[in-house]
Design a protein around this ligand. Structure first.
Ligand code: ADP
Length: 362
């Protein structure tokens, strides 16, 4: 059976020496080198820089204090009871640290992790190898868990609840059910759309935590740590500027920092000053509040084409020639939170703040 796995590099740290990352979670040089870094965009495929910058321990993570406290308590208790950690669901917009938590938790627990994602698991049988390979207490991470097909989701119910799966062998009158006992394990699910999860699946997660946007101070801290990791001289005013233009998202802050670093190397002596940071970010079309070209195009489309709304996300996506999922996952959350857009039952509407920002008349 061919198993498609999402390769999220987990670098061995000093203590586990690589033993705790199973095949799916281990580094794969070929995949890593083929990953793309899109400077200045919100997207960064797992790649070399991602491996270097991703915190390895929960203590190395910045912010999300409440989530960390809850997870820390659950881990302490599970360790004392010598039982697997309860299943954990992490939700929030992309780039806020869901995968980072999912790689740090197994490390803290000293267990293996295997990783996959909702869209690649097309049928229950594709779930079987992941489940049968689990060891006592090990972690299975399913990214984009809201995109699991219904039959796969239902197949997971008994696995999550009783560590058991029922496999149907043969067809018709000859069909038999094989009852397979699994090792007790922890499922970590990540989703950008908690609302799309069915109640039975959601209720099987003992711990459900929402990851919120980061403050500018937290992003400055992340950037300073990453400048040290990458051996780049980053002036504090430049760090503030990049953090302010990062839409509260560590992945975007890191991406923009990497672009600014490249710009500094190409156009100056490699040191990142405020002036260099501003010039590099302006060149990428990233404005002072961190909106990029796609964010502004969304607002312009909503205002010019749809008279400010209400407009359905599908209609906006068609007009912009992008997928509605991209808009819902990557563009809208920050615009909603910053009150440039509101969602009503009849569709999305631009607010007065959006008109003002784009210098358009309401
Ligand atoms: P998600 O899974 O939510 O899309 P990731 O966990 O992949 O987000 O985070 C993207 C990148 O942002 C990581 O590679 C890491 O470098 C950085 N990052 C995320 N959360 C934190 C954090 N709390 N502290 C420091 N860096 C973080």
């Amino acid at each position: 059976m061919v198993r498609e796995r999402k390769i999220i590099p987990i670098e061995p740290d000093d203590e586990d020496d690589g033993k705790n990352a199973s095949k799916g979670g281990g580094t794969d040089e070929g995949q890593e080198n083929s990953s793309i870094h899109v400077p200045g965009s919100g997207i960064m495929a797992p790649g070399e820089n991602d491996t270097v910058l991703r915190p390895k321990r929960i203590a190395d993570m910045v912010g999300q204090q409440e989530v960390m406290d809850v997870i820390q308590i659950a881990m302490d208790a599970a360790k004392k009871r010598k039982e697997p950690l309860g299943h954990i669901l992490l939700d929030g917009p992309p780039g806020l640290g869901k995968t980072t938590f999912a790689t740090c938790i197994p490390r803290e627990m000293g267990v293996k992790v295997d990783m996959t994602s909702g869209p690649v698991l097309k049928a229950p049988k594709e779930m079987i190898p992941y489940l049968t390979n689990l060891e006592h207490g090990s972690v299975l991470f399913i990214d984009e868990i809201h995109r699991l097909p219904k039959p796969v989701e239902e197949f997971l119910y008994t696995a999550m609840e009783d560590y058991r799966i029922d496999i149907i062998l043969g067809e018709g009158v000859n069909a038999r059910t094989l009852n397979l006992q699994l090792q007790p394990f922890t499922l970590i699910g990540a989703t950008t759309r908690a609302g799309m999860l069915s109640a039975p699946l959601r209720d099987r997660f003992l711990i459900r935590q929402h990851l919120g946007y980061y403050s500018v101070d937290e992003l400055i801290e992340i950037l300073s740590r990453n400048a040290t990791k990458l051996n780049v001289s980053l002036n504090s005013d430049a760090a503030i500027e990049i953090a302010k233009r990062a839409r509260g998202t560590p992945r975007i802050a890191n991406n923009r920092f990497l672009w600014v670093r490249d710009y500094a190397m190409s156009k100056a002596d490699g040191r990142v000053s405020l002036d260099i940071a501003k010039r590099a970010l302006d060149m990428m079309g990233i404005d002072e509040i961190g909106l990029d070209r796609q964010d502004r195009r969304y607002l312009e489309t909503l205002i010019r084409v749809f008279n400010g709304g209400p407009a359905g996300v599908e209609a906006i996506a068609h007009t912009m020639s992008v997928s509605a999922d991209t808009l819902e996952d990557e563009v809208e959350p920050f615009l909603l939170r910053s009150e440039y857009v509101i969602r009503t039952q009849r569709g999305r509407c631009a607010t007065a703040k959006a008109y003002e920002m784009l210098k358009l008349l309401a």
